[in-house]
Ligand binder design. Structure first.
Ligand SMILES: C[S@@+](CC[C@H](N)C(=O)[O-])C[C@H]1O[C@@H](n2cnc3c(N)ncnc32)[C@H](O)[C@@H]1O
Length: 337
């Protein structure tokens, strides 16, 4: 269970999170919800072509919403983008349609390892290179070369500091098949994407990062890092998908040009050491979950509480507010209360 800052934030008078926390605890007590979630999980784990196309369209709309809000994708001029966890292809399709000079590279889990199918329209494919690979297993994720059999090189197109835009939307799938699967893969996936994005984005480029629950310590630490290395950081919860969930997007612009942008190489190194721990550390040498102290090189839980809560509330308020509003409507609709 990830540590959270919920109490400290509510104590600061954040009514949006207070309302959301109350709704969530009421919801968890409702047995009817188990049934709803089981049905949802079954649909998600058994996606056919039609469902993949629907997801692709909906993700395209989500990226449109993000861009309308944050203006993070230039409509004109050359844009080189990297899309991490790009299948079925919704984000990529939006970028390629929005900017006809844009060219991209994407990485996503192969279908035979449990990943989603790529359904990008044929007319857009000549501006996009797709690599099917498990992006938590690139040896560039560690601070030094290792010839461990589970590791392989990242695609050659992922050149350091060469992308104007990096999109991070890899989600851990229940359907993933791997000899090395571990419960903490969810943490490995998050940390892997951040390392790859920091290595690949050019100075002054933009990043769009999927995160969950701004009140979780790990999320708050990542928001803090993005905030200090970038010129600007915004958060956004789309109105068209996953409205009742804790997921949201952080949009960092001018990455590397923030007050602590010069510290990025040191941060990458610390994150690489953490990736080694989550992959080969732990009691059995097969990895472990991330602890909140692991990101202490950037900011500790105590420092978050002492110096970052106001800013975190500013970044999280609309996310909590919209999630609470959506949950309330959804519970009413499902006859939960
Ligand atoms: C929510 S979907 C992304 C949707 C995508 N942004 C779009 O617009 O269509 C998450 C994706 O992450 C991919 N993924 C999950 N684990 C991965 C891994 N270890 N390596 C590469 N891709 C992964 C999944 O295959 C899935 O396609």
């Amino acid at each position: 269970m990830q540590e959270a800052l919920t109490e400290a934030i509510i104590d600061r008078g954040c009514v949006e999170l207070e309302r959301l926390a109350a709704l969530r605890s009421k919801g968890w007590q409702a047995e009817k919800l188990d049934e709803v979630f089981t049905r949802q999980r079954h649909t998600a784990d058994n996606a056919d072509d039609r469902l993949n196309k629907t997801w692709c369209k909906r993700s395209n709309t989500v990226m449109r919403e993000i861009d309308d809000y944050a203006r993070c994708i230039p409509p004109m001029g050359s844009v080189r983008f990297l899309d991490l966890g790009c299948c079925p292809g919704g984000f990529t399709s939006y970028v390629l349609q929005h900017n006809r000079w844009a060219r991209g590279v994407g990485v996503s889990l192969p279908v035979d390892e449990g990943g989603h199918k790529f359904v990008l329209g044929a007319h857009l494919r000549n501006r996009f290179h797709l690599h099917l690979a498990d992006m938590t297993s690139f040896f560039q994720l560690g601070p030094s070369f290792s010839d461990h059999p589970r590791l392989r090189p990242a695609p050659a197109q992922m050149k350091p500091a060469s992308f104007d835009l990096v999109l991070l939307d890899g989600h851990q799938l229940r359907t993933q098949k791997s000899d090395y699967s571990a419960p903490w893969d969810i943490d490995r996936l998050l940390i892997s994407q951040i390392i790859l994005a920091f290595q690949s984005v050019r100075t002054g480029g933009n990043m769009v990062v999927t995160l969950t629950h701004p009140n979780r310590v790990l999320t708050a630490q990542i928001l803090y890092i993005l905030d200090v290395i970038s010129e600007n950081l915004a958060t956004f919860k789309p109105r068209t998908m996953h409205m009742t969930r804790g997921s949201f997007y952080a949009i960092a612009t001018g990455v590397g040009k923030g007050a602590e942008g010069a510290k990025m190489p040191r941060m990458i190194r610390a994150l690489q050491e953490l990736w080694v721990e989550t992959t080969f550390g732990g009691e059995k040498g097969n990895g472990r979950y991330i602890k909140s102290s692991d990101l202490g090189f950037a900011i500790s839980t105590e420092e978050l509480k002492a110096t970052y809560l106001e800013r975190l509330i500013e970044l999280g308020k609309d996310v909590w507010d919209f999630q609470a509003q959506s949950l309330e409507e959804w519970f009413l609709h499902k006859g939960i209360f």
